[in-house]
Design a protein around this ligand. Structure first.
Ligand code: ADP
Ligand code: MG
Length: 504
């Protein structure tokens, strides 16, 4: 965690009320779909966007007599995620039934891990700017089944159900209430997403619902949170409301902001916050009540008799630990330390794992800063403009590396390199061959350049007089020579020749 050894915690978000200041306290329950081809307890596919009800095993449909069989790969993914969050791995965990009736849950219960989760306490360092970060404690991660999807808007008289998602493995990642503002909440989800994408344990696709969050929000007066931290007593915190199922960073922030203001208004009005579950309406920009604690379900949790407690071995966990990839914080620190990149550039290059891989392929054996410049400015700039990503980039890392090699060897100038990049982008090909076959090589032959310099000096006597008075005007001659040579003359050589001739 090199670069996070020392940081200052950001100030909590303060909202001024009519009667005083209020601080926010936020805890998140993030549901991350496990990246796995098969479901948690069946061999049915998890493929997204398939024909409704085409990925449903008998056990997913809760056919009588069907028994769940744990998918070892999903367990490994949860362990991998736990290790990535520096968390304790519980060698013994167990599955419980959470009973409730819903049409998209054919079993009549969800298999989850209430009492003995597979992953215990961990942490996430959430970057909030240079040298500023928040440590968010993870309480637990448990494995559970996702539900299916009820479809109410296809027919005026009927509802439909699609069970493709039923039984897909989810990791529920529960944070402590350590998040202190809307931006932090979004940054926390972004950091979790980034880490899981590096680990390959969740694809992080929020649009498809593969990463969604229940957001718990309360408000308290300054000082109360510190008392909670000192004592661990939740009584110092305000009553919380939970906003369900948020799958957009923007909505998470807007919902928290709105919910905090709603709570402050109620308290300042002499009222009390009722613990309840609320839904965010993005069109109206507000939250509304879904159910209160009083009408909360009694889930009648009990250990699932169809599943033995899950026992894993330390050696197996260690094996997963040995295969862990470099994580974003470590990669970023290495880019700064070993390649000399700025914190900012290193942050940009490590934000998405695919971008980091691309960059590393370009930087391999080359100047890191130059590689970073080309990747960030030329490549990302162009990809953004055309709505592409590194995976769909017309210019490969090998091609871009080839361009940088040609600059480094002096074969082409930086200006010609941009033309070359354009050719690679539109036509493809081998950089060195293109430079050769299209005569793009930089002219370093002093004789040829000198002839051009002489010609331009001879043709512009008035400019020469002016330049002799004001040496800054030499730049005009350099520009003319570069133009006349189609940008191929080595600028350093031109500069030197022009200065010598004008000075002489
Ligand atoms: P429950 O079992 O009722 O869901 P948990 O103890 O599991 O409650 O907490 C759920 C989430 O709510 C956790 O992420 C936790 O950090 C958060 N949380 C608990 N108390 C508060 C509070 N006062 N304000 C904000 N978030 C809270
Ligand atoms: Mg909970």
């Amino acid at each position: 965690m090199l670069d996070h050894l020392s940081y200052t915690a950001p100030e909590p978000k303060v909202i001024a009320g009519a009667k005083g200041d209020w601080e926010l306290v936020i805890g998140l329950e993030v549901h991350a779909q496990v990246a796995s081809n098969a479901k948690l307890f069946s061999g049915a596919s998890t493929g997204f966007g398939a024909e409704p009800n085409s990925h449903v095993a008998f056990v997913d449909a809760a056919m009588p007599g069907m028994l769940p069989v744990i998918n070892e790969f999903c367990v490994a993914q949860a362990v991998r995620t736990g290790l990535g969050l520096k968390a304790a791995i519980n060698l013994r965990s167990a599955f419980d039934r959470k009973n409730y009736f819903y049409p998209d849950l054919p079993q009549g219960y969800q298999i989850s891990q209430l009492y003995h989760p597979i992953v215990g306490e961990g942490e996430v360092i959430v970057d909030m700017g240079p040298g500023v970060a928040r440590r968010v404690r993870i309480e637990r991660i448990h494995l559970e089944q996702d539900a299916g999807k009820s479809i109410h808007d296809m027919d005026p008289n009927m509802s439909f159900v699609d069970l493709n998602r039923t039984g897909v493995a989810l990791m529920e990642i529960v944070s402590r209430p350590d998040i202190r503002g809307p931006e932090e909440a979004a940054a926390y989800v972004a950091k979790l997403r980034q880490i899981m994408r590096y680990l390959g344990t969740c694809d992080g696709n929020m649009q498809n619902g593969n990463l969604r969050a229940d957001v718990n929000v309360s408000v308290c007066q300054p000082g109360a949170y510190e008392r909670y931290q000192e004592t661990g007593d939740f009584g110092h915190l305000g009553t919380r409301c939970e906003i369900k199922n948020m799958n957009s960073m923007r909505f998470i922030q807007a919902a928290i902001e709105h919910e905090a203001r709603r709570q402050i208004a109620i308290i300042e009005d002499g009222g009390q916050i009722v613990q309840e579950t609320r839904l965010y309406d993005p069109d109206k920009g507000e939250t509304r009540s879904m159910r209160s604690k009083e009408e909360a379900h009694d889930y009648r949790y009990f250990p699932d008799p169809d599943l033995l407690p899950l026992e894993i071995e330390q050696a197996w966990v260690d094996g997963i630990g040995a295969g862990m990839p470099e994580l974003p914080d470590e990669k970023k620190a290495r880019f700064v330390k070993e390649l000399g990149l700025s914190e900012y550039d290193a942050g940009v290059l490590t934000a998405e794992v695919e971008n980091a891989d691309y960059f590393e392929a370009v930087a391999q054996g080359r100047d890191g800063k130059q590689a970073a410049n080309w990747v960030i400015n030329e490549l990302f700039g162009r990809l953004n403009k055309e709505g592409l990503s590194v995976e769909t980039s017309p210019v490969s890392a090998a091609q871009l590396g080839g361009v940088i090699d040609l600059i480094a060897s002096g074969a082409i100038s930086g200006k010609i390199a941009k033309d070359l990049f354009e050719i690679l982008w539109t036509e493809g090909g081998d950089p060195a061959e293109i430079v050769e076959s299209r005569g793009m090589k930089q002219v370093t032959d002093t004789g040829a350049i000198e002839a051009e310099v002489d010609r331009i000096i001879a043709e512009n006597p008035a400019q020469v007089e002016k330049a002799k008075q004001n040496p800054k005007l030499a730049g005009w001659f350099v520009g003319q020579v570069l133009k006349a040579t189609g940008g191929k003359a080595n600028p350093a050589v031109v500069n030197e020749l022009v200065a010598r001739k004008l000075g002489g």
